[in-house]
Each structure stands twice: as C-alpha cells, then as structure tokens.
Design a binder for this molecule. Structure first.
Ligand code: NAD
Length: 262
C-alpha cells in the first residue's frame, strides 16, 4: 500500500498535471527508482542499493569483467533473474496508459536496463544504458564467418558457472548493458536529446542524477526552456535544476498525476 498523498504533494501534482495538459510534447527520464517498487534494487539507496554491498568498478566495468569473468557473469545472472521475476508497478502502468490515450505526446527515456516500461506496452522507449536481458560479445568478432558476418552471440557455447564463449575463437559473452567508462549507444542518445529538445515538460523519476551524460538531459531541458520536475522521495543531484520537486514515489505519484488526464 502506498502512503497517502499529503496536501502539499497533492498541490504539486496538480501543478505538474496542468503543465503536462498544456504541453504539446513532454518527456520522462526514469532511473532505478522507477523500478524500486517492483522489487529491483536501486544502485545508490543506502540500505538496499547494490553499491552498498559491491564495488561498482568490479561489477560494472570491462576491467572488472576481464579480471573475473565468472564472478561478474554470475552476479549479472542473479540480477537477470530478479528482473525476470519483477512485475511492472503502478508507475510503469500509468505512463503506458497515458501514452495509449495520447499517442505521440510522451517520450520515455530510461537509464534502466530492465524491461518493465516495455512489458506494460510502452512503445519507443529510449534505453540509454542497454538491456540486461541481452547478450553481446566482449570483443568485436575477430573471425567473421560467411560473407563477413560476425559469429552469432546466440550460438555461443554455454559453460556452467562461466560466461558462454564462441566455439570458433573463444570470445566471451557479456551482458548488453553500458558499463562505467563506455559510450552510450549513439542512436539512443541522439533520440534522447531530440525528445528533450521537443519537450515542454521533463519529468525526472527515480534517479540520483549522478550518472552522466544521462543526468545532463535535465539541464539541457531547462536551458531549452522546458519546465523540469523531479519525482523522488529523497534529495537528488538534479534538485537544483528542477522548477518543481515532488517528494514521493513513482508508483504513488504517477497514477495520481496521470489518471485524471485519461
Ligand atoms: P540510482 O540508484 O543512482 O538512484 C536511484 C534513485 O531513485 C535515488 O535517488 C532514490 O532516492 C530514488 N528512489 C528510490 N526509490 C524510489 C521510488 N520508489 N520512486 C522514485 N524514486 C525512488 O539510480 P540511477 O540514477 O538510475 O543511476 C544509476 C544507474 O543504475 C543507471 O545507469 C541504471 O542503468 C542502473 N540501474 C538500473 C536498474 C534497473 O534497470 N532497474 C537498477 C539498478 C541500477
């Protein structure tokens, strides 16, 4: 059960709803907090976050993977299981319902590597940090086969307790997420910048604002004249960029915000 919405939060929700109702286009930038109420831990929440228990550079970097492929692979295997078991929450559903009712007005940009926005039918979700359920090669395929095509990752040979490997050259399989020190997928980044450039309102949901360049989208939106709101039960590094802060959770506030617009 979500906590009741206080009077001041209710007034903030109303203001944001007014802005959205008058916006030609708007965008959501979601982070790990969007999926927290689905039971997927965030990275930075002190009590439950992954980084409270593990060293990020070991688990989310190419160097870390090369140093301990089995350990990192198994950690991702557990996270994949957690994502598969998780169910989208009322916040994911509220955004999808809105977009269904008002096609082409809302862009969802996510830093999340889970598929919970997509599972409730949100279309065109811009995923900045990849997809934890996808595999890809660690190195570019060094021995392209017929017609110069790279070996297919789906044909990699599974090995118990270790990442699968290419039967031809031994290339490792790694999870399809963006690790620290890696570039964002160019197409997704361009789509995110375009969506923000067209948005009259940007709603930032459940992100600490500590991971760049994604966090920079909030500043970009503000500089380009958009109204920026931050939805987060805690302080975040984007609070100073926000015109409006809503101290609440995704599953609590998004349905209250959007249901009256359906
Ligand atoms: P983060 O862990 O740094 O921050 C999470 C934020 O969510 C915090 O500010 C916290 O106060 C807020 N939060 C917690 N519960 C909330 C709720 N119920 N509603 C709204 N906000 C809530 O996450 P980040 O900013 O997204 O950045 C870190 C990186 O973590 C991203 O690159 C992302 O790929 C990765 N990540 C993704 C997942 C996922 O896919 N579900 C999970 C963990 C981490």
């Amino acid at each position: 059960m979500n906590p009741p919405i206080s009077q001041s939060l209710s007034a903030q929700i109303e203001e944001l709803r007014r802005r959205i109702a008058h916006a030609e286009r708007w965008a959501v930038l979601s982070g790990a907090g969007m999926s927290a109420e689905s039971g997927i831990p965030t990275f930075r929440d002190a009590q439950t976050g992954f980084w409270a228990k593990f060293d990020p550079m070991q688990l989310a970097s190419e160097e870390g993977f090369r140093a301990d492929p089995a350990g990192v692979w198994n950690w991702y295997a557990q996270r994949r299981e957690g994502v598969r078991r998780a169910q989208p929450n009322a916040g994911h559903v509220a955004l999808a319902n809105y977009a269904h009712r008002w096609p082409d007005r809302l862009s969802i940009i996510t830093q999340n590597v889970d598929d919970l926005h997509q599972r409730v039918g949100s279309e065109g979700v811009i995923s900045l940090h990849g997809d934890i359920l996808q595999d890809r090669w660690l190195n570019p395929c060094p021995q392209p086969g017929e017609e110069g095509r790279p070996c297919q990752v789906a044909h990699a040979q599974a090995q118990p307790g270790e990442p699968p490997r290419c039967a031809r050259c031994g290339n490792w399989v790694r999870p399809g997420v963006v690790w620290f020190g890696e570039n964002l997928p160019q197409e997704a980044w361009r789509a995110a910048e375009d969506a923000v450039a067209q948005a009259d309102v940007l709603l930032v949901v459940g992100t600490s604002g500590a991971v760049w360049p994604a966090a920079g989208l909030a500043e970009q939106a503000r500089q380009q004249g958009a109204f920026v709101a931050v939805l987060n039960p805690q302080n975040s590094e984007l609070d100073e960029v926000a015109h409006l802060r809503l101290l609440g959770t995704a599953a609590q506030v998004l349905p209250a915000l959007l249901a009256p617009l359906l």
